[in-house]
Design a protein around this ligand. Structure first.
Ligand code: PHE
Length: 460
């Protein structure tokens, strides 16, 4: 078999995996989920989910990938036989569907960046209306989303080291620096501290079942878990690496970026006396209005912000596209370039109904009705393949480790590159978290969430 390529070492893997994790989930989704679910109370539950579920599930996925050195399907099949291979297929299908909508939203970010640079956005009077008409205007967005997919495809076609790793090594630090600069600025505004309080001082009475399942869904979305993205990336790391440390660093980086995004956005929102529960439009409606009020610096800060959003999204779309690409290269032996062109095009086409569902075509915009509201195609795809699908994928992965691969083999893999692992507290913690706590918790959450979302049955 031709060499599959590898990350060059620990930093390369961490940059790429952190690049996958840090994305629209941190900067676009995390602040609006926090704003819709009670601020600091949500942040608290989110942090707990990261430690108790997110981190162990990440270690699980990476270890399956590194053990087998195979794509998602190949990895589950190699250890668990044909039936478990289906779980790999599910991951690949989720990645394709998820990327199809993710790329649409990345297209919005790309459009906003261009409009910040060329002055269209600063000239806008009503940002809410602008956002609504912008996401409905597919004549424009078609090209932005296509452009985003093309850039993703070019990087993925260059392979693991030259493409994915080098892009992440530049984009990730750039993102951190931009974020810190913007936060520094937002803190100087009047009333900024009100935003900080809302974000950091929890009101525990705000915690409901919805807070927990939204926080859990957000943790999976943000850490790129549940669809074998990290099985895939894990398959490209060497046996010298310490998986536990790498996963810990990725989790911390991802959490830090989400935390910083909140620290940027809530002071801005409160300084303008606006509502934090603006929903998915938060970043796109509230922020341009704020940038416009900043005088001559506004367009520059705004352009930096949307560029940052594009960078973050790009390192995630790269990892999403890599999932089906690795599968087709490993299993079918096709050339990487051909596979990349085919998959990118396919994913883009699948995303078109979602793109048309934001006001352009009524049928797609009013596609379904549940949870008491009308859902667009984009909502439905995210509901199935993200909110419900990712924790489901994580649940099945934990069952796989506990019953098929067995904890002893999982531990053996983790001990490679990590001398002190056997018998350590970390070993006991990961074994408990992955084989007892996570399966029970995720299994229950799955049942309750499906009943609530799709059948209107409220157990809590
Ligand atoms: N974690 C990415 C984000 O936060 C999204 C993602 C999910 C990427 C799953 C890959 C796999 O935006």
């Amino acid at each position: 078999m031709a060499s599959r390529g590898n990350f060059s070492g620990r930093i390369g893997f961490i940059a790429a995996a952190a690049g996958s994790a840090v994305g629209l989930g941190n900067i676009w989704r995390f602040p609006y989920e926090t704003g819709e679910n009670g601020g600091a109370a949500f942040l608290l539950i989110y942090l707990i989910c990261m430690v108790l579920i997110g981190f162990p599930v990440m270690v699980g996925e990476i270890s399956i990938g590194r053990n087998t050195q195979l794509n998602a399907f190949g990895a589950y099949k190699k250890i668990g036989g044909a039936k478990w291979g289906l779980l790999g297929y599910w991951g690949i299908l989720s990645a394709v569907m998820f990327l199809s909508v993710y790329n649409v939203i990345a297209g919005w970010a790309f459009a906003y960046f261009v409009q910040m640079v060329n002055g269209t956005l600063s000239a806008t009077k009503n940002f809410g209306e602008h956002f609504t008409s912008q996401i409905a205007d597919v004549s424009d967005l078609f090209f932005y989303s296509l452009g985003f997919m093309v850039i993703t495809a070019v990087i993925v076609s260059r392979g693991i080291k030259k493409g994915i790793e080098s892009a992440s090594r530049i984009l990730m630090p750039a993102l951190f620096i931009m974020l810190l600069g913007l936060i520094g600025y937002s803190f100087t505004l009047d009333n900024a501290m009100e935003g900080v309080k809302y974000y950091l001082i929890p009101d525990l009475s705000e915690i409901t079942f919805a807070t927990v399942y939204n926080a859990l869904g957000q943790a999976f979305f943000s850490l790129s878990l549940g669809m074998a993205a990290l099985v895939t990336y894990g398959s490209y790391i060497s046996k010298k690496e310490n998986i536990v440390t790498s996963a810990a660093l990725v989790t911390v980086t991802d959490t830090t970026v989400a935390f910083l995004a909140g620290l940027l956005i809530f002071p801005l929102v409160f300084s303008q006396g606006l509502s934090p529960s603006e929903g998915p439009g938060l970043v796109f409606v509230v922020l341009p209005g704020i940038f416009a009020g900043l005088g001559t610096l506004g367009p520059i800060i705004g352009a930096a912000f949307f560029l940052l959003l594009c960078f973050a999204a790009l390192t995630s779309t790269i990892s999403l596209l890599e999932i089906p690409v690795t599968f087709l290269v490993d299993e079918k032996g096709y050339s990487r370039t051909k596979v990349v062109i085919f998959t990118a095009l396919l994913v883009f086409l699948i995303g078109i109904p979602s793109m048309l569902s934001q006001g352009a075509v009524d049928y797609f915009s009013n596609f379904a009705h549940y949870e008491g509201i009308t859902k667009t195609v984009l909502d439905v795809v995210f509901d199935i393949f993200s909110d419900v699908g990712l924790p489901l994928g994580g649940f099945l992965m934990t069952i796989f480790i506990a019953t098929k691969w067995k904890t002893a083999n999982f531990n053996k893999e983790l001990a490679i590159g990590n001398e002190g692992y056997m018998g350590s507290f970390m070993q006991k913690y990961l074994n408990f978290a992955l084989t007892i706590f996570a399966p029970i918790f995720l299994g229950l959450m799955f049942i309750i969430t499906v009943l609530k979302k799709f059948f209107g049955v409220n157990l809590f």
